[in-house]
Design a protein around this ligand. Structure first.
Ligand code: SF4
Ligand code: SF4
Length: 160
C-alpha cells in the first residue's frame, strides 16, 4: 500500500475533460473493477468524505470501511456484502466486486502499487489533480488560486 497520512483530495477541471474514459479504464485495469464511473458530462469519483462522517462507513454494520493513511478503505475480510454502503453513498461510488466477494471504493490507489492514482496517471488532458486539505485551506481566499494550485500539485507530485 502507498504510504502517507496526509488527507488528499482529487480535483478536476471539467472544461478540459474530453470524455475519453481513460481514467475509468485505468481504474478497472488496476483494481479489477472500476471504482469511478461515467457521468453525463464527466467521470464521477468518490467524494472522499470525512472519515468520521462518510455515509458508507457510518452505515456499515460490521465496521468494514475504515480509515487507512487518510483514505477510507473496505476491509475485504470483514465485508458481508450487505450492500448498505451502496445505498448510503450519495454519489453512488461503491461497487461490488463479486470475485473478491467485497464492496470496493476509491482509495486514491492507496491500496495499489502505484505512485499516482491510476486515473490521474492515465489522463492525457491533465484533468485530474491531487491536492491536500492543508493546501486547499491555505489557498481558499487567494485571488491567484489556479496558479498556486498548479504549483502545489507539482510539489505533491514529487513528494508521493
Ligand atoms: S457491503 Fe460490506 S462494506 Fe458495504 S455496508 Fe455491507 S458489510 Fe459494510
Ligand atoms: S464512497 Fe460515497 S459515502 Fe463513501 S466516502 Fe466515497 S462519496 Fe463518501
Amino acid at each position: 500500500m502507498r504510504g502517507g497520512s496526509v488527507k488528499m483530495l482529487m480535483v478536476m477541471d471539467p472544461a478540459r475533460c474530453s470524455g475519453c474514459d481513460d481514467c475509468i479504464n485505468a481504474c478497472r485495469e488496476t483494481h479489477g473493477v472500476a471504482r469511478a464511473r461515467k457521468g453525463d458530462r464527466m467521470p464521477l469519483f468518490c467524494l472522499q468524505c470525512h472519515p468520521e462522517k462518510a455515509p458508507c462507513a457510518r452505515i456499515c454494520p460490521v465496521g468494514a470501511i475504515r480509515e487507512v493513511d487518510g483514505a477510507l478503505v473496505v476491509d475485504e475480510e470483514s465485508c458481508i456484502l450487505c450492500k448498505l454502503c451502496m445505498v448510503a453513498c450519495p454519489a453512488g461510488m461503491i461497487v461490488m466486486n463479486t470475485e473478491k466477494k467485497s464492496a470496493e471504493k476509491c482509495t486514491l490507489c492507496m491500496d495499489a502499487e502505484v505512485i499516482l492514482p491510476a486515473c490521474v496517471e492515465a489522463c492525457k488532458e491533465n484533468v485530474l489533480k491531487l491536492v491536500s486539505l492543508d493546501d486547499l485551506a491555505e489557498l481558499r481566499d487567494r485571488a491567484d488560486f489556479s496558479e498556486v494550485l498548479e504549483e502545489a500539485v507539482k510539489i505533491y507530485g514529487k513528494k508521493i
